[in-house]
Write a protein that binds this ligand. Structure first.
Ligand code: IPE
Ligand code: IPE
Ligand code: MG
Length: 247
């Protein structure tokens, strides 16, 4: 397929893009490498794609890096996934801060090893005044947990007589999700050929466009990203109405 960067950049680019970074393990296996090297190359690729998205004018990039179910994986793999980002952060901290990207982390915070949590807090604090792309990292993230926590918070407000049942609407639910301060999702990409959402942004995905790429995450490059944008630009987003939205 012919892909012209120039042509694609003249048309609307998703303002909020989400990616399920999948296929690190299979990428490594195909090359006879340990799964950890797949994760390592996946992390390197995330830095590249985030910078590219920033350059292309994407404002928010939300990436699924570790699910609430991923704790089920072998202990050594989980350990690697918790420790490698800490190492990466302390090695590349200055470069990351200088890149002008804002980093936010969504998900549970009560199960991370201490040094991983410390790194997360430091990363958020030291990038909060940047003005470029906001990179939202979903780690120990599960959409069902997120919605359950929102239900609990809202119910508590009712019990405490702070709000009435009649006050519960979709806006209030949205405001109680981890993603409350981020704009609506435009496009979701999942790599690796799997065609499922797993446990990602179940509420937030309504009316987002979906795109499934065959390649494994560490191989997802500029051309693959532009292909996804091209597909996005060909969609007719109606949001339940009848009007054709011209791009
Ligand atoms: C995605 O790659 C990263 C995480 C879920 C942590 P996988 O590790 O799921 O790779 P595959 O799906 O086994 O190839
Ligand atoms: C989804 O990938 C979660 C992340 C990419 C973090 P998985 O590899 O864990 O998902 P399933 O089990 O194939 O659905
Ligand atoms: Mg996977």
């Amino acid at each position: 397929m012919f892909i012209s960067e120039k042509k694609i950049l003249k048309k609307p680019i998703p303002q909020h893009l989400a990616i399920i970074l999948d296929g690190n393990g299979r990428w490594a296996k195909k090359r006879g490498l340990p799964r950890s090297l797949g994760h390592y190359n996946g992390a390197i690729n995330l830095a590249k794609i985030a910078q590219l998205c920033d350059k292309y004018g994407v404002k928010y990039l939300t990436v699924y890096c570790f699910s609430t179910e991923n704790w089920k994986r072998p202990k050594e793999e989980v350990e690697y996934l918790m420790q490698e980002p800490v190492k990466q952060w302390y090695t590349n901290k200055d470069k990351i801060i200088e890149s002008n990207i804002v980093i936010k982390v969504i998900g549970r915070r009560d199960r991370f090893p201490q040094d991983t949590l410390k790194m997360i807090l430091e990363m958020e604090e030291s990038t909060k005044n940047n003005t470029g792309l906001t990179l939202v990292i979903a780690a120990d993230y599960g959409s069902q947990t997120e919605i359950t926590e929102a239900v609990k918070k809202i119910t508590q407000q009712v019990v405490d007589d702070k709000i009435k049942i009649e006050d519960i609407n979709s806006e209030l639910i949205e405001n109680n999700l981890y993603t409350a301060c981020f704009p609506k999702l435009d496009l979701l990409i999942r790599t690796s050929g799997e065609v499922r959402i797993s446990n990602f942004l179940l509420w937030q995905l309504s009316y987002a466009e979906l795109y499934f790429a065959k390649c494994y995450w560490p191989s997802f490059n500029k051309r693959e990203l532009l292909k996804a944008f091209k597909s996005y630009q060909s969609r007719n987003r109606r949001f339940g109405g009848l009007n054709e939205v011209k791009k």
